[in-house]
Design a protein around this ligand. Structure first.
Ligand code: URA
Length: 269
């Protein structure tokens, strides 16, 4: 008979093997509210995002969380003020408007060559990316590298980033609100890297950046125009390598998209 300690250990081992990485309580806990007691209602006029776009400090010195609208305004203001990618990275690192930052270990900004002709945008960092601080370094990243090398590309001639730069807890899909808050940063990142071709991998990047509503299986393989400040550039929607790891039979579709990308690059050369 297993004793109590060994059955707890077995349960934990089972949960870890099943991919559970983030302990969750039965009921959601608003940890911002725990650390920052809300002031009395009468003292707090409804924040006007135009007016309250600056990060605010609490009595303890920690920045108070911004309301989503204010966070989006602040993200737009900061992103627009960045003259280059290094400044954008620093501004994003200091940005407190997205709750994902509080559960992630670090910012995952970009990898590859800034200014490369191809920029790839994925969904969000996973566990490996969160540990290392670079996008697409885990299993999906290794598959991405193989896909790129099949058409003569590598991290030396592509620039890689994500729709959101912090790992969502347990690798869940980022919420529409988290995506909306981070959107000004990734659009500015695309603008500053100024690729010739944008590749969106998976539904969140494709739908968010290319303004599409259909599912990725309908969108993949299609070319769109991405409005890069007065210079529309071609944008290809394709399948996410993490999806291909789960559905290897779909690699044939991804291969078609890669060939289309290679043909477009040759055409632009
Ligand atoms: N999946 C993504 O979309 N991005 C990463 O960086 C890693 C996995």
């Amino acid at each position: 008979m297993p004793n109590e300690e060994s059955s707890h250990r077995q349960l934990l081992e089972f949960l870890v093997a099943a991919g559970v990485e983030t302990p969750l309580d039965e009921h959601p806990v608003d940890r911002f509210a725990l650390s920052v007691p809300p002031p009395a209602k009468a003292e707090v006029p409804r924040p006007d995002p135009e007016v309250h776009a600056e990060p605010r400090a609490t009595a303890g010195g920690a920045p108070a969380p911004l309301a989503p609208d204010a966070a989006i305004m602040e993200a737009r203001r900061l992103a627009a003020s960045a003259p280059d990618l290094e400044t954008l990275r620093a501004l994003l690192d200091a940005f407190e408007g997205c709750a994902l930052k509080s559960t992630a270990s670090r910012l995952v900004f970009a990898d590859g060559e800034p200014g490369a002709p191809v920029m790839i945008v994925g969904e969000a960092p996973g566990r490996d990316e969160d540990e290392i601080g670079r996008p697409f370094v885990g299993r999906a990243g290794q598959l991405l590298d193989k896909m790129l090398s099949a058409i003569g590309l590598n991290r030396g001639n592509v620039y890689v980033a994500n729709t959101v730069p912090w790992r969502p807890p347990g690798n869940r899909t980022p919420t529409p609100q988290e995506i909306a808050i981070c959107l000004p940063f990734i659009t500015r990142q695309i603008e500053l890297s100024a690729p010739e071709i944008l590749v969106t991998m998976g539904a969140p990047a494709t739908q968010t950046l290319l303004g599409q509503k259909e599912g990725i299986l309908r969108l993949r393989g299609r070319w769109f125009e991405y409005g890069l400040k007065g210079r529309p550039i071609p944008a290809l929607a394709t399948l996410h390598p993490a999806y291909l790891l789960r559905q290897p039979s779909q690699k044939a579709l991804a291969w078609r998209d890669l060939r289309a990308l290679r043909a477009k690059l040759r055409h632009l050369a």
